[in-house]
Ligand binder design. Structure first.
Ligand code: PRX
Length: 653
């Protein structure tokens, strides 16, 4: 058994169960027979779910599976934006609020489905005027404002795959994504509001576009009204969109037409362009949004606190909830601006009933203290969700008691950019939950925990999480990198999708996620690869070699700890200054989210005889543990030297 595998075996036993109340269960969208219906015939089950979308042409076959390539709903045609918007308006729901938008400075916009549709039609017409055609890629680099959703839906409407790049990424990261997708247009904003101040976005676009690219135009939303440098490539959103017709007849696209590309970290420095298509993706996001969040669109107010720059924002702010006709809260800023009760104040203000957030924020709230949530009326809440990383039982219990008033079911949802939609989660109203467990695969999905030989482990055992049947919202590939797609996901276990996560089955067969088993870190729910940060570090003039590990961190789940060897002749007497320079350099290369928490200057790195860095040993050091088995090191003394070096550095502090 491999080393990774052994560490997957450790898990405290958890005996607490929280069954749904009879009242919740009676009214729940998901009823217990959901699993049996799906198990009986998964394809027929997904066929039935797909029928809840509006199709312009029916499909002739549900699935074409030539491992590892799936096509769903073959021959069917539909338009994503029509499903999210036109359908509600034409069926008399145009006056329903789609978004209660709250800017960080407190500016408010209420946008109905009819208004959102008009904006999307105008934006689609503007894209057409700018020469964007079906199949062209559009990069979107925006703050959390309604125009981000409008831009995505306008792209979808005309069949131009969008590639949303998180607004916190650097110019370099933006450029590499623009290049990889060969984007023709960038949609951005002058800036946004965060932590009480305006930050600029447009200068990063200008900086990025100094590189090689085929971007013809940059469409700029005016959000902050700050000074913005201008070139003749730039166009103000309000100028071009405002003068467009509010009529736009959407074209139908093939079920397998690419809907979007979203870059995510893998085990190498180059991010992977995960791409998703239309029919299957929309089917699964709509189904899971309805069942996992128990959405009742007439009465619920749903709030997912993610940014549209991540898959959670794509699937559970833009596509799933809008297809289901939900009313949502969208918030631009940070949870502590202007005070630490901001999220709770907004829950009370809008009567939020369903809250979907990340464990890192829950742990931050715990640290800030119960007085902040307690100062607001949170009794409107009826369901809580968690996503992005394993939620520790203490945080789960706190979420339940302090935010949910012991009344709300919690859905801990496991999924990935690659899976497109929720794969493992309790069904509220059906599942008796356990604090810290994502429980079981949702209906229609097959997830297993296997050993090194792909044999399913029994209850009480740990192993690798795999998905052994295709699912509608699965990635269709890595943009332009077919070999990498096969190698990354389908080669560890031949023909089986390996998610990169370790998991354990408890005595009752519930799934407990145990984090990544590859070189991918999870910092506040954001995926960052160790190699990505290492390459950023070695691109600095002072650095000869770097090794990066994700060390356990009480607040962010994992934190980035870097071990760095300096180039000959570089003094590190002035450690603080160098430390800052290196951290800033990583922020410039990737984005502030990738800044290491700690940088430790060392003279050697632990390597095997074949030259592979043994990160496991560095992780022991970073987590302040006794260093594990170092016998396979080329030089077994290295770890002693590193530990001693760090001890003496500590005593000098
Ligand atoms: O390690 C798992 C963790 O996040 C990874 C996927 O990251 P990303 O593609 O950025 O998508 C995040 C939002 C869906 C997974 O491989 N992860 C996500 N949700 C959970 C989780 N780990 C444990 N429990 C979860 N609920």
């Amino acid at each position: 058994m491999s080393q990774d595998h052994e560490s997957l075996e450790n898990l405290l036993s958890e005996d607490r169960h929280f069954p749904p109340t009879a009242q919740f269960a009676a009214a729940a969208n998901a009823q217990p027979d959901e699993y049996a219906r799906a198990d009986k015939d998964p394809l027929a089950f997904w066929d039935e779910q797909a029928k809840s979308l509006q199709w312009d042409s029916p499909w002739s076959k549900t699935l074409d599976w030539q491992s590892p390539y799936a096509k769903w709903f073959i021959g069917g045609k539909l338009n994503a934006s029509v499903n999210a918007l036109d359908r509600h308006v034409s069926q008399g729901r145009g006056s329903r609020v789609a978004f209660h938008f709250e800017g960080e400075p407190g500016d408010v916009r209420t946008i109905t489905y009819a208004e959102l549709l008009t904006e999307v039609k105008k934006a689609a017409n503007a894209l057409i005027e700018l020469g964007i055609k079906a199949g062209d890629r559009v990069a979107i680099y925006m703050p959390m404002i309604p125009e981000a959703a409008v831009a995505m839906l306008a792209c979808a409407r005309i069949g131009a795959p969008h590639s949303v790049v998180f607004g916190g990424f650097s110019a370099e990261a933006l450029l590499s994504r623009i290049q990889d997708a060969d984007a023709k247009l960038v949609i951005t904003a002058d800036g946004g509001f965060r932590k009480g101040a305006a930050f600029a976005l447009k200068p990063a676009v200008d900086e990025a576009l100094k590189g090689q690219h085929n971007v013809e135009k940059v469409l700029v939303v005016q959000r902050t009204k700050q000074e913005t440098a201008w070139t003749n490539r730039d166009i103000w959103w309000h100028e071009i969109v405002a003068r467009q017709s509010s009529e736009h007849v959407a074209e139908s696209f093939d079920s397998e037409h690419p809907l979007f590309i979203l870059y995510t970290s893998g085990t190498t420095a180059k991010p992977k362009g995960i791409f998703h298509t239309t029919g299957g993706y929309l089917t699964q996001v709509a189904y899971t949004h309805k069942m996992v969040f128990d959405i009742k669109p007439e009465t619920d107010v749903y709030w997912c606190t993610a940014d549209v720059g991540w898959i959670t924002g794509h699937s559970y702010i833009v596509y799933g909830p809008l297809i289901n006709g939900a009313t949502q809260v969208m918030y631009e800023g940070t949870p502590d601006t202007p005070h630490k009760g901001r999220i709770f104040e907004l829950i009370a203000k809008y009567g939020v009933t369903i809250l979907y957030t990340a464990p890192t924020l829950i742990r931050t709230w715990m640290k800030w203290g119960d007085e902040f949530p307690q100062a607001h009326d949170l009794t409107s809440l009826r369901l809580l969700g968690s996503v992005g990383e394993p939620i520790n039982p203490e945080a789960w219990m706190w979420y339940r008691e302090v935010i949910g008033g012991n009344r709300c079911p919690i859905v801990d949802t496991w999924w990935q950019t690659e899976t497109g939609a929720i794969m493992i989660s309790p069904l509220p109203g059906v599942t008796a939950t356990k604090p810290g467990s994502a429980m079981n695969a949702v209906p229609g999905i097959s997830a297993k925990v296997v050993d090194d030989n792909a044999v399913a482990v029994g209850n009480g055992r740990g192993g690798y999480l795999i998905l052994d049947q295709p699912w509608p919202s699965m990635l269709r590939g890595i943009w332009g990198e077919d070999e990498r797609y096969k190698e990354t996901y389908w080669s560890r276990f031949d023909g089986i999708y390996f998610a990169g996560d370790g998991a354990k089955l408890d005595d009752e067969g519930a799934i407990w996620l145990l984090g990544r088993v590859d070189d991918v870190m999870n910092v506040s729910g954001h995926r960052i690869s160790t190699t990505e940060v290492e390459s950023a570090l070695v691109s600095h003039e002072s650095v000869a070699e770097a090794a990066v590990v994700g060390a356990a961190d009480a607040m962010t789940g994992q934190a980035i700890v870097a071990f760095v060897i300096l180039r000959g002749g570089i003094e590190h007497a002035n450690g603080d200054e160098l430390n800052k320079a290196l951290r800033d350099h990583v922020a410039k290369q990737i984005g502030a989210i990738a800044k290491p928490r700690q940088i430790l200057i060392v003279n050697e790195l632990p390597k095997t005889r074949s030259g592979k860095i043994m990160r496991r040993l560095l992780k022991d050091v970073a987590e302040d543990r006794a260093v594990g088995d170092a016998t396979t090191l080329a030089d077994p003394n290295v770890m002693k030297l590193i530990s001693e070096g760090l001890q003496s550095a500590k005593s000098e502090d």
